[in-house]
Design a protein around this ligand. Structure first.
Ligand code: ADP
Ligand code: MG
Length: 140
């Protein structure tokens, strides 16, 4: 157990429905601190690169289109075991499988439009954070 950072995206389905604050409330109630945050419109190239690990999957093209369909909020979250803590509060990828009390159970629309992204490892968290933030934009 140690203080860690993870990378989060509040996805276009959530910004469209004006539930950025509802997501942030659940993040903070889980004990995570939002130490950097900005609202951006992702470019197609950024979304393709971000999800390149999924480029062979049948949903890749639609996923990229979805991620650029409106603004997103990119964030750095800090806390004890931040990667695992945030994955826990996000809930399962498919909201139909997500546990009560999770962001995806409460807010997600579908397996694709599932409201939030969270890094799946410390290594990926560092890579993803560096894609969207400089160190001086992160204030813990
Ligand atoms: P997670 O976001 O829980 O880490 P994945 O990394 O497996 O999930 O998938 C990345 C994103 O791709 C998901 O959050 C979701 O938006 C989308 N996705 C995953 N599986 C599907 C699917 N079967 N159909 C459509 N979109 C999907
Ligand atoms: Mg993932």
């Amino acid at each position: 157990m140690s203080l860690q950072r993870t990378f989060s995206i509040i996805k276009p389905d959530a910004t469209r429905r004006n539930v950025t604050g509802a997501v942030n409330k659940m993040i903070e109630e889980a004990g995570l601190r939002i130490v950097a945050q900005k609202r951006i419109q992702m470019t197609e190239a950024q979304a393709q690169e971000f999800y390149s690990v999924h480029k062979e999957r049948p949903f890749y093209g639609e996923l990229v289109s979805f991620m650029i369909s409106g603004p997103v909020v990119v964030q750095v979250l800090e806390g004890t075991d931040a990667v695992a803590t945030y994955r826990g509060v996000m809930g399962a990828t498919n909201p139909a499988d997500a546990e009560e009390g999770t962001i995806r159970k409460a807010l997600a629309e579908s397996i694709e439009a599932n409201s939030v992204h969270g890094s799946d490892s410390d290594e990926n968290a560092a890579i993803e954070i560096a894609h969207f933030f400089t160190e001086d934009e992160i204030v813990g």
